[in-house]
Design a protein around this ligand. Structure first.
Ligand code: CUA
Length: 328
């Protein structure tokens, strides 16, 4: 029923999307026909039985058993059709095929991160192969989020301390937007991401490329996408402080003594953000300790690269630990 290119619905781009759409159109047309029929009947009878003069007394009306039966049985059948059909699609949407490719999805204020079976972690795009069922196992580090890809007709809550799952099979190579559809705080509307569906061979290539070592600064810059909702790198204040003049600069805190920012400070600010709250800001940043070491080191290197100076004076230990702050 014409779901592609429709002004009503985004392109159906997963195997189950046409089934969801078919049910949607059935409910839409059934409702439309009923609505038009009911309104037409109201107008017809209101005209036919209007009071023609003040002394007019109508004949009493007796119901027809057949009409009574019809409007009990008819809608019951209609509702049962929608229920059975809907339950059928619902079960399919909730039953990943056994050979599905699993990707872990983590929601966090205010970004999505994706972990692949071989340990590759993507904090930018969810890259998936076309024509292969993909199961997403979702969880959250903080509050309720909801993972929504309109073109795939899938939406699933990401919940702290619980795993939920949803699956899809992309039917064409394209980029689709991911939305968070559960209000989760200040930057909820900025909590978006992309699903990039590519051919199986491009997907394998991508997975390999992720295993090659990116220079830490480049990896950090890539991963920084998930920080960008709250941290600018051009000096502007967002929810959190800008990060371009941090490394090597003296920082003042709400809850700690001032210090000159070094690698240890930047790392701490990623994994334990509330240890030192920069003056004038609120303790709202969640921990990013779920990121793997490589990514954290990359982020530290990237923030360092944004600065034009090195730690000076008496901030002694800092820079020597730069390459492997996790080694301690
Ligand atoms: Cu996450 Cu809204």
């Amino acid at each position: 029923m014409g779901e592609n290119g429709s002004i009503w619905l985004p392109d159906a781009s997963s195997t189950l999307a046409p089934e969801v759409d078919a049910l949607w159109w059935f409910v839409f047309w059934a409702s439309t026909i009923l609505f038009v029929g009911v309104v037409a009947a109201i107008i017809y009878y209101a005209t036919k039985y209007r009071r023609r003069d003040p002394s007019y007394v109508p004949d009493p009306a007796y119901e027809s058993k057949y009409v009574e039966m019809a409007w009990i049985v008819g809608p019951t059948i209609l509702v049962l059709i929608v229920f059975t059909w809907g339950a059928n699609v619902f079960i399919k949407l909730n039953t990943p095929p056994p050979d599905s490719y699993n990707i872990d999805v983590r929601g966090q204020q205010w970004s999505w991160s994706y972990t692949y079976p071989n340990g590759v972690q993507s904090t930018t795009d969810l890259v998936v192969p076309v024509g292969r069922p993909v199961k997403l196992t979702l969880s959250s580090s903080d509050v309720l989020h909801s993972f929504f890809v309109p073109e795939f007709r899938i939406k699933m809550d990401a919940i702290p301390n619980r795993y939920t799952s949803v699956w899809f099979e992309a039917t064409k190579a394209d980029t689709f937007r991911v939305y968070c559809t559960e209000y989760c705080g200040t930057a909820h509307s900025g909590m978006s991401s992309n699903v990039v569906a590519v051919s199986e061979s491009e997907f394998q290539q991508w997975l390999q490329d992720q295993n090659q070592d990116l220079p830490p600064v480049e990896l950090g810059q890539q991963s920084f996408t998930q920080c960008a909702a709250c941290h600018a790198v051009d000096g502007s204040q967002l929810i959190g402080p800008a990060l371009n003049a941090v490394y090597g600069y003296e920082r003042a805190f709400e809850n700690a003594d001032p210090l000159v920012a070094d690698e240890n400070y930047i790392r701490e600010s990623i994994v334990n953000p509330n240890a030192k709250i920069v003056s004038g800001y609120n303790p709202v940043m969640p921990s990013f300790s779920h990121l793997n070491e490589k990514t954290i080191n990359g982020l530290v290197a990237y923030v360092r690269s944004l600065s034009d100076r090195a730690p000076s004076g008496d901030s002694s230990a800092g820079s020597s630990a730069s390459q492997s702050p996790a080694a301690e």
